[in-house]
Design a protein around this ligand. Structure first.
Ligand code: NAP
Ligand code: ZN
Ligand code: ZN
Length: 350
């Protein structure tokens, strides 16, 4: 074990603050990564502030982790000291169930091991995430990073990138399709970039008039500012696929009505309270309302390689770690352009 420093929430209403804790030394198949940057996901906020059930305190969030390998176990094959490495939302799974065997570890039937706030098989406690100086992860859950991209701006690909890439691949988004992206935050802005790179026509739905120009620059072909139902009417029945990345309660029915026959709305945003679905919106047109959780490890690697090839990174605002509470408050006001990334050099070592 070694002492590591991080930033933790001690309770649902306490701001995150420095916290020392123990990490395991790397075992035979483990990689120890010095964390250089960590993205700030809205899921970190939902968890740290106890908006979803089950947060164990102290809670150290962070699952968009990039850094350099500083120690490897004796049996590690894919990484050596000094390599760039990334860790996303999972650090383990059972590896034997039907989902794991299919490379869908996120849907592991016994539950994947989340990067934070999940039972830790090694320590018996819970896992601690990337708002910290270092992390130790089995190499099977460590990603190789493209060398040609800005490292800090790669961090958000590990959650926001894969969470938008995976459903678009599953539902075969591509040329000839019109795709709606709802909510221009961390996930939404990656969704626009990836849908555009996959060759679809992209319609961005945002509540923020101020983001109109950015949406076009990010790759949208059309932007709809969704204040009032009139704005959406021209798009009724026109969309093949919608990715909804909104973090708060909102009227899902207004979007279901925009789908073509047999179109699919995939919910990736995870508001804490239930959304109300008017079923006639599904019945009329055999439309589908679906969900999707991050992506498997092989698919995450595929997404990173895709982003390397297409020069895709997140648009980031770098922050020192002591600004993370302020970043959470800004995230709640939809004031993110378009992902906060923590510069881990600003966290004092233990
Ligand atoms: P974010 O950066 O805060 O973006 C959320 C965006 O939603 C905001 O920028 C805003 O966009 C829009 N929005 C916020 N409140 C709204 C409201 N009341 N009505 C309508 N629109 C609203 O959050 P994020 O990190 O992208 O995460 C988004 C959600 O996805 C969170 O719930 C997160 O937990 C979840 N998530 C799910 C997965 C998964 O695997 N399914 C993975 C990661 C995150 P506009 O200003 O454009 O309206
Ligand atoms: Zn996330
Ligand atoms: Zn499994």
């Amino acid at each position: 074990m070694f002492i590591c420093t991080g930033y933790a929430a001690q309770s649902s209403d306490a701001p995150l603050a420095p916290h020392s804790f123990q990490r395991r030394d790397p075992g035979p198949t483990d990689v120890e990564i010095e964390i250089l940057y960590c993205g700030v996901c809205h899921s970190d906020l939902h968890t740290a502030r106890g908006e979803w059930p089950g947060t164990v305190y102290p809670n150290i969030p962070g699952h968009e982790i990039v850094g350099r390998v500083r120690r490897v176990g004796a049996e590690v094959k894919a990484f050596k000291v000094g390599d760039l490495a990334g860790v996303g939302c999972m650090v383990d799974s059972c590896r034997t169930c039907s989902s794991c065997v299919e490379g869908l570890e996120q849907y592991c039937l016994v539950g994947n091991t989340g990067t934070y706030n999940a039972p830790d098989k090694h320590t018996g406690g819970v896992t601690y995430g990337g708002y910290s100086k270092a992390i130790v992860v089995d190499e099977a859950f460590v990603l190789r990073l493209p060398e040609n991209l800005d490292l800090a701006a790669v961090a958000p690909l590990l959650c926001a990138g894969i969470t938008t890439y995976s459903p678009m691949r599953h539902w075969k988004v591509g040329p000839g399709q019109t795709v709606g992206i709802v909510g221009l935050g961390g996930l939404g802005h990656m969704g626009v970039k990836i849908a555009h790179a996959l060759g679809a026509k992209v319609v961005m739905f945002t509540t923020s008039e101020s983001k109109r120009g950015d949406a076009m620059r990010l790759g949208a072909d059309e932007v709809v500012v969704t204040r009032g139902p009139e704005a959406m009417k021209p798009w009724a029945g026109k969309l093949d696929f919608i990715l909804d990345a909104v973090s708060a309660d909102h009227d899902i029915n207004a979007y279901l009505a925009l789908l073509k026959r047999d179109g699919t709305l995939v919910q990736v945003g995870a508001p804490p309270s239930p959304l109300s679905v008017q079923v006639s919106n599904l019945i009329m047109g055999r439309r589908r309302f679906a969900g999707s959780l991050i992506g498997g490890i092989a698919e995450t690697q595929e997404m990173l390689d895709f982003c390397g090839k297409h020069g895709i990174t997140a648009d980031i605002e770098m922050i020192p770690i002591d600004k993370v509470n302020e970043a959470y408050d800004r995230m709640l006001k939809s004031d993110v352009k378009y992902r906060f990334v923590i510069d881990m050099a600003t966290l004092a070592a233990a």
